[in-house]
Write a protein that binds this ligand. Structure first.
Ligand SMILES: [Mn+2]
Length: 475
């Protein structure tokens, strides 16, 4: 493809020459004769001519297929230049903004007269990679500090939340790598073991080992790190922690020697991928596979709370990981046991106004409930799912929606926060209510009565809502 670059400065000319050659055939056009001579001597294809004249572009043989790049350093003659390019038949016009402080305004102004042009600001083009590079050095400093702090310890504990999920497991593995330790010198542990089938499968397929410990045993370690969780989770049972790496909202009431909490990240593994990269650590296929799987599952494959950094981490890890193994781990989502609960849910379920509500009765494990809620949300015409069951004398309710309707967290808080724990965000929420507290508030309901009652609450909740702004308008 042929390019004609209309430049004002030597820097931009040389930069474009470096970038565009040899993929493109580039001719440069500058106004200043001495500059043209200098660049010509440097071996560039350059002509000196008046960029404001249509003639110049006719001579340069501009066609609708020529890519014309025009440097914009704020000079007023730009419009004249663009008009001349257009009059000579140029249609592929790119304006490269250099040192334009409000380039959005500039872009808008130009586009109102030349709707077909594309505006590229140099600061925007360079900004991303440059910021990544600079923030990597900040991360490097932090990582080197905690590496040193952990270096002389005999026994290191990497603690995760109960029933560790892929993100917790992968983060623990990655941190052990950052700390340059083995499974003998850094124990990966949890207070409650792994139970969900896909997590068990991940552990088996990746040959991971999770130690079970009690909060009292934490004191036996020289250094303690937490990943994907913060000390408040353990309800005051663990008061000392050296390092916390997490993407959940920062909790008050504890102190840690080092903290890296980034709530805008979709997974803790994303944070750890930056730690690993900052210190140029080797990432094994096993670790990369675990981390990739973690990012995929914590962000629901970029459906939930994912941002540029998660995608960046994903594409970095992808070539290092074993994608076939991830597919195998994901296959574990469906088990015979779970299918039984899916069928049970259908038998006892009711659907009204695209809200699917069901009661699973007593369940030996909690994970059947969110699984069924996620499963039915995939159905056509279903926009909300509310799935409940009883596990160990508590009513567990999982609520899901497609994320653009009313807030699921608000729903569970409204009806259940006074009698149990209830919370979540827009698209997913959970309530845990002791059975006797539930009976005190709602009476002793049988399965069908329960489903009807919850469905009625949901419909009421979905109908009652008026955005507060609208209410305020009535003066
Ligand atoms: Mn996580």
């Amino acid at each position: 493809m042929r390019c004609l670059a209309v430049c004002q400065t030597e820097l931009v000319t040389r930069m474009l020459d470096e970038i565009l050659l040899p993929s493109f055939q580039v001719d440069f056009l500058v106004e200043s004769k001495p500059l043209a001579r200098r660049l010509h001597d440097a071996g560039m294809n350059v002509t000196a001519a008046d960029p404001r004249r249509t003639d110049t572009y006719l001579k340069a043989d501009v066609t609708p297929g020529t890519c014309v790049i025009v440097e914009d350093n704020g000079r007023r003659s730009l419009k004249k230049i663009l008009e001349s390019v257009r009059d000579a038949g140029g249609t592929l016009i790119y304006v490269l903004g250099v040192g334009i402080s409000d380039f959005r305004a500039r872009e808008e102004e130009l586009k109102s007269r030349f709707p077909e042009l594309s505006y590229l600001a140099l600061s925007e083009l360079f900004g991303g990679p440059l910021l990544t590079e600079f923030s990597r050095s900040i991360t490097r400093l932090k990582v080197q500090q905690y590496q040193r702090f952990f270096n002389d310890a005999d026994r290191v504990l990497i603690l995760m939340h109960n029933d560790p999920d892929p993100d917790a497991l992968a983060s623990a593995l990655a941190l052990r790598n950052v700390l340059r330790r083995t499974k003998q010198t850094a124990i990966i542990a949890a207070v409650g073991g792994v139970t969900r089938p896909e997590n068990v499968r991940m552990i088996n397929l990746l040959d991971l080992h999770v130690d079970l410990i009690t909060p009292e045993q934490v004191a036996e370690y020289d250094r303690v790190a937490m990943v994907d969780v913060q000390p408040h989770y353990f309800g005051g049972a663990i008061d000392r922690v050296d390092l916390v790496i997490d993407h959940h909202p920062e909790q008050p009431g504890y102190s840690a020697v080092f903290k890296d909490i980034r709530t805008d990240y979709g997974s803790t593994s994303t944070i750890l991928s930056e730690h690993l990269r900052a210190v140029d650590a080797n990432i094994s296929e096993r670790t990369a596979t675990a981390m990739l799987y973690a990012i995929k599952s914590d962000t629901l494959f970029f459906n939930r709370q994912a941002n540029r950094v998660d995608i960046e981490a994903f594409s970095y890890l992808y070539p290092l990981a074993d994608a076939a193994l991830i597919r195998k781990m994901e296959g574990a989502e469906i088990t015979m046991e779970r299918l039984e609960y899916v069928l049970k849910a259908k038998q006892h379920g009711r659907m009204v106004e695209q809200v699917f509500c069901t009661f699973l009765g007593t369940s030996p494990r909690e994970d059947f409930i969110p699984y069924v809620a996620d499963f039915y949300l995939q159905l056509e015409n279903v926009k909300w799912t509310i799935v409940s069951g009883i596990v160990n004398d508590a009513l567990i309710m999982s609520v899901r929606n497609l994320g653009y309707s009313r807030n699921a967290g608000e729903f569970v808080r409204k009806y259940f926060a006074d009698i149990g724990s209830a919370g979540g965000h827009r698209a997913m929420a959970k309530a845990v209510v002791p059975l006797n507290a539930f009976r005190d508030k709602f009476g002793n309901l049988q399965a069908d009565g329960f489903t009807e009652r919850v469905l009625a609450m949901a419909i009421e909740f979905l109908h009652e809502h008026q955005p507060p702004e609208k209410k305020l308008v009535k003066v």
